[in-house]
Design a protein around this ligand. Structure first.
Ligand code: FES
Length: 439
């Protein structure tokens, strides 16, 4: 079903190939490279040719091979290298510039350009395929290959497990057709109220060196109705999405508050830190997600990793507003003290609300932190406090690694599948640079 090889494009687009060839020809005429002997004098037969390893190493062979044969070899090898991309054996998929993709259940057949992802080909031809991150991080575009070979591409293991891949599942945003294929996808069901918005940046505040609070304001009279814990997709110029959770509660919907962590190499987050300014327009879509507080009477354990604090802030403030009396424990796991970018806020909540308890946990406190609080991994702190979690509801938000690491431990201590909820953010699989599904 799948090819292990990755489809590469070895031949540049024709306009680029022609332009580069012309450029080299022009350069050769304007500034020819001279061999060691200086400029050629066509009236003189050279009697001695020095070895020139860089420009003409082959010339030295005239002393050991018949010069005419040498010329044939040089011309033959040059022609061979030139024709190499068209010679057999060809990689699967490179034999044809276009493959046909038939999407089910609507039986729509389209053509895909060589190397184009299934998603790009479908969207280009107006098929309403499901997607969110477009970079192999969220898993929303998962589909089934019914027939034909595809290259699954690069993606986050959390978005598509090895078992799913073995069952013929791939991600539309990463996979490309290697021959004519048939694909089955699930039509997307848009969340209630989901739509596209255009907002202005009205506030930016650096909470730490690498966390920025960004306030977005919708045009006068417009508001977005959302549930605490949901998120939006920022739409980049080329249509890629970057997801960020609402950090404000639904009853404070005048602005959209985001807490954005700078990710090394992250395209959008570096823009936020380096060039974004008040007044900039930001397009986004939402609200999305079901990481929301369930109606129940169970005590709540929130687990936030780094900026996973953002949706938790929205949920806790919403819970206070609604007068929830359930016991709430918030464990905020970070590396060192400076990463607790809003430490006063949960401390104030704890002072003002008897049912709220705040437990910051530092995994690697710096000497200057003078930290006397909890240390270690965040799930260890939870298990020290709650050896038995059967009665609790657990909401975890942080990196995929954190979320995937903590639940097996918590479940061993009684946490029930139906009472564990998570929202994880990931690294862009395509660029291998951080492209967050950030809270
Ligand atoms: S859109 Fe394909 S994994 Fe997110």
């Amino acid at each position: 079903m799948f090819s292990a090889s990755r489809a590469h494009t070895s031949i540049p687009p024709r306009p680029i190939a022609i332009a580069v060839t012309l450029m080299f020809l022009a350069l050769a005429l304007v500034k020819p490279i001279l061999s060691q002997g200086g400029e050629a004098d066509m009236s003189v037969v050279p009697t001695n040719i020095d070895f020139d390893w860089f420009e003409l190493p082959v010339l030295a062979l005239v002393y050991v091979i018949n010069p005419l044969h040498l010329w044939y070899w040089v011309l033959g090898l040059t022609a061979l290298f030139f024709l190499l991309p068209w010679l057999p054996p060809q990689r699967l998929g490179s034999a044809r510039a276009q493959n046909s993709i038939t999407f089910h259940p609507d039986h729509q057949a389209i053509s895909a350009r060589f190397g184009e992802t299934l998603l790009d080909a479908g969207l280009r031809q107006d098929i309403d395929l499901p997607y969110e991150c477009r970079n192999g991080g969220c898993g929303v575009c998962k589909c089934t290959v019914l027939q034909g070979k595809v290259d699954p591409g690069l993606y986050q293991p959390s978005a598509l497990s090895a078992a799913e891949l073995a069952q013929g599942k791939v991600l539309l945003c990463c996979a490309s057709a290697l021959e004519d294929v048939e694909i089955e996808y699930q039509a997307r069901t848009l969340p209630k109220g989901f739509q596209e918005y255009s907002a202005r940046v009205v506030g930016m505040e650096k909470l730490t060196d690498d966390v920025m609070r960004v306030l977005l304001k919708l045009p006068e009279g417009q508001q977005i109705a959302f549930k605490a814990g949901q998120y939006i997709n920022i739409i980049l110029e080329d249509g890629q999405r970057r997801a960020f959770s609402f950090a404000n509660p639904p009853h404070e919907a005048e602005f959209v508050e985001l807490q954005i962590r700078l990710m090394p190499g992250g395209r959008f987050t570096t823009h936020v830190f380096d060039t974004m300014k008040a007044g900039d327009e930001v397009r986004f879509e939402g609200p999305i997600g079901d990481f929301t507080l369930r109606e129940s009477t169970r005590p709540i354990v929130f687990v936030a990793g780094a900026t996973g604090f953002a949706p938790v802030k929205s949920m806790v403030e919403d819970a206070f507003k609604r007068g929830l009396q359930r016991q709430i424990h918030l464990y905020w796991g970070v590396r060192s003290r400076k990463d607790l970018y809003l430490p006063d806020l949960p401390e104030r909540w704890a002072r003002e609300h008897e049912n709220f308890h705040f437990i910051p946990v530092l995994s690697d406190p710096a000497p200057e932190d003078s930290w006397s609080g909890r240390t270690g991994l965040v799930h260890e702190a939870i298990l020290e406090d709650f050896p038995e979690l059967k009665e609790h509801e657990i909401y975890a938000c942080g990196s995929v690694r954190m979320v995937e690491a903590i639940f097996p431990f918590l479940k061993k201590h009684g946490a029930e599948d139906g009472a564990c909820f998570s929202d994880a953010f990931s690294v862009s699989a395509r660029s291998m640079a951080f492209q967050p599904r950030q809270p």
